[in-house]
Design a protein around this ligand. Structure first.
Ligand code: C2E
Ligand code: CA
Ligand code: CA
Length: 263
């Protein structure tokens, strides 16, 4: 578009102040039961003139400009606020994952900041997962280990996102206190028709399970993919086949419907 970088930065800064950002929630499904057991929060920018803007359009600029720090903190606070509201409405809660940027993860006072958000909102850290990428955790393994231990002590769950696209040392995968591994959607796309992709996915699943990690496949768009992943022992799936990212009201409706059915 014709919007310059500086305009965009200013617009984002004002957008944050004016509350133009919002979260969509995509269901995470447990394959064995086909039930929603979690969600991933994905940020959207509801611009008053342009309309809905997706993260691909603004996350990298937010990272470069440093705006990702207040934005990332807003995302965490909003997930917490939403969970407390849902709880007050009597809804059974599911774990919600948030995406953390490398800049956020490298903040010296990250754990204090995260703890402060939970203290202020009265949300339960056991219901929040932090998604980190391989490059983020492999960047400086010693400080990563300290940061992960502190976040785990707060009660948070740690997930390794986009797994397979970056470089991971398997020995660190074992040493880091990680709970979950998310297989990148590029490996899932053709899993039902490409035996190499199926072999890779199957190997990642076997490795994750033997390390005691829960494994999630993302980008599941077809039933064949889901069936194959179930046969490989994959724990959870996420993707358009089970539900697109949706606003909080739509997600709450899906969850309520499931809870009624289960009674
Ligand atoms: P991601 O963390 O890998 O998130 C998954 C992306 O895949 C989401 O795109 C989601 O809508 C999309 N997706 C889900 N299921 C399917 C499917 O079946 N097929 C296909 N083709 N795509 C699917 P979205 O919401 O546009 O987010 C893109 C990226 O932006 C995310 O990738 C994440 O890296 C980043 N992002 C989103 N929200 C945040 C945030 O709050 N903070 C930070 N730092 N980054 C965020
Ligand atoms: Ca993610
Ligand atoms: Ca991902």
């Amino acid at each position: 578009t014709a919007i310059s970088r500086l305009d965009m930065e200013g617009a984002m800064r004002r957008g944050l102040e004016r509350g133009e950002f919002k979260l969509h929630y995509q269901p995470k499904i447990e394959l064995a039961t086909q039930r929603i057991v979690g969600a991933e929060a994905l940020v959207r920018w509801q611009h008053p003139q342009i309309g809905l803007i997706h993260p691909i359009e603004f996350i990298s600029l937010a990272e470069e400009s440093g705006l990702i720090l207040p934005l990332g903190e807003w995302v965490l606070a909003e997930v917490c606020r939403q969970q407390v509201e849902w709880k007050a409405q009597g809804m059974g809660l599911v774990k919600t994952a948030i995406n953390m940027s490398s800049r956020q993860f490298r903040q010296e006072d990250l754990a204090e900041r995260v703890a402060a958000v939970f203290a202020q909102t009265c949300a339960d850290p056991a219901l929040v997962t932090l998604e980190l990428t391989e490059s983020m955790v492999m960047h400086d393994v010693n400080s990563t280990l300290v940061a992960l231990r502190t976040l785990k002590q707060l009660g948070l769950t740690i997930s390794l996102d986009d797994f397979g696209t970056g470089y991971s040392s398997l020995s660190y995968l074992r040493r880091f206190p990680i709970d979950e591994l998310k297989i990148d959607k590029s490996f899932i796309n053709d899993i039902h028709e490409n035996s190499d992709d199926a072999a890779i996915a199957s190997a990642i699943i076997a490795m994750a399970l033997s390390l005691g990690l829960s494994v999630v496949a993302e980008g599941v768009e077809r039933k064949e993919q889901s069936d194959l992943l179930l046969s490989m022992g994959c724990n959870q799936v996420q993707g358009y086949y089970f539900g697109r990212p949706m606003d909080a009201a739509a997600f709450a409706a899906r969850l309520r419907e499931q809870q009624v059915r289960m009674k």
